[in-house]
Design a protein around this ligand. Structure first.
Ligand code: GN1
Ligand code: MG
Length: 371
């Protein structure tokens, strides 16, 4: 839990009034702190970086510093041509002038600005929302596209390398506790079967990368619905937040992940399985927004593999949640026993829906790219 002493170490004007938990992140701990002066108020986001996941928080903060400074510069330069205000959070330094503070337990904390008069949603609300999310991701890719990949640290080695997640699954299954969890329910056995049947296929993007058919570029790494801020005044997308996983990767990971998240109107924690499906209209709207703002970033390879990427990242997240369930919930935070199994099941259901809609999705993509 955060203490007032931590919040007060950041260079923020005013007196600390309150600090409360914020959002529904699965990895870091996030809080909103209110500071007041005699005439004003500042609300800032304070986060404890999860060191089990991000083992080098200082490199992570160097990436965040570089990316945000670069992006703010680009956004200022392009502002006059834009039909809206694009924003991105800024790192708030500590009073000692650093991008983080380390508490007495060795935990890393950072403060970032809050995107005011805007908020995000746990699930997509309508077609326009999907279009706005695609627009925000497209604009973000565009403004970070000229950061050389060798200037960014790999903050999370193996992230989105789908076949690598089998190591965690197989390691968990080699333990008595992991075996017992697998055998403990029919749901777990069904998820396992679904995953096993697609194991061979799941390396196709990494194989293409190894053959040089697709190149690393700076990506966001987690462009889910909850990470895109929508302007309260205009209903337009204004910013993408959660910049921990900005690092070299494949644009297709981001496109696939954004579709995975946004085209499931029921959200990731839904308990009514009849409501979980892949909405092809949202897919069209999202990619339409992306195309309008990414300024031609997608290659022919990317365009041809969007269906596969959406299927792959959905499958990958099912595998990640399931492997973590078997390993005893060591990576994703949980609020109840079995939550990671439930999350895996949601992604399996979504992946099935993507597969069932393959020809419809492919036709939609053809139509879009012909425009
Ligand atoms: C995690 O922490 P959060 O909620 O922003 C995860 C993403 C998953 C997402 C699913 C570093 O993101 O990869 O897609 O959960 N982040 C990391 O909700 O593993
Ligand atoms: Mg995240």
């Amino acid at each position: 839990m955060i203490s007032a002493i931590i919040a007060q170490q950041f260079d923020i004007e005013g007196y600390l009034v309150s600090v409360e938990p914020l959002g529904s992140g699965n990895v870091n701990d996030t809080y909103i702190a209110i500071f007041r002066t005699v005439f004003d108020e500042h609300k800032v986001v304070i986060q404890r970086i999860n060191k089990t996941v991000f083992t080098n928080p200082e490199e992570l903060m160097q990436n965040m510093h570089l990316v945000t400074e670069h992006a703010h510069q680009r956004l200022r330069e392009e502002h006059d041509d834009a039909e809206r205000i694009w924003q991105l959070p800024k790192v708030i330094p500590s009073k000692a002038g650093k991008d983080f503070i380390i508490d007495e337990d060795g935990e890393y904390w950072r403060a970032i600005t809050r995107i005011a008069s805007a908020h995000s949603y746990d699930a997509v609300q309508n077609i326009n929302h999907a279009l706005e999310i695609g627009s925000v991701l497209g604009n973000f890719h565009h403004i970070i596209s000229d950061i050389p990949c060798d200037q960014l640290f790999d903050t999370l080695p193996g992230f989105h390398i789908t076949p690598d997640y089998f190591k965690k699954l197989d390691n968990a299954l080699a333990t008595p506790a992991g075996k017992a969890r697998l055998q403990s329910s029919q749901v777990a056995k069904n998820v396992m079967k679904f995953i096993e049947l697609r194991r061979e296929w799941s390396s196709f993007l990494e194989d293409a990368k190894a053959r040089g058919e697709v190149q690393l570029r700076p990506i966001h790494g987690d462009p889910k619905t909850t990470n895109v801020m929508i302007d309260d005044a205009t209903s337009k997308g204004t910013a993408i937040i959660d910049l921990d996983t900005v690092k070299p990767g494949l644009i297709l990971y981001d496109i696939g992940d954004c579709l995975r998240s946004c085209c499931n109107p029921a959200g990731e924690e839904c308990t009514d399985f009849t409501k979980i499906y892949f909405d092809v209209d949202f897919c069209f709207a999202l990619l339409n927004g992306y195309q309008q703002h990414s300024k031609g970033l997608l290659t022919d390879f990317d365009k041809e593999h969007i269906y596969d990427a959406a299927r792959l990242i959905t499958y990958e997240l099912a595998l990640r949640f399931f492997a973590d369930y078997l390993a005893g919930d060591v990576y994703f935070k949980t609020k109840y026993d079995g939550q990671n199994l439930h999350r895996a099941r949601v992604q399996v259901q979504l992946c099935r829906s993507i597969e069932a809609n393959e020809s419809k999705i492919r036709r939609t993509l053809e139509l879009l790219f012909k425009q």
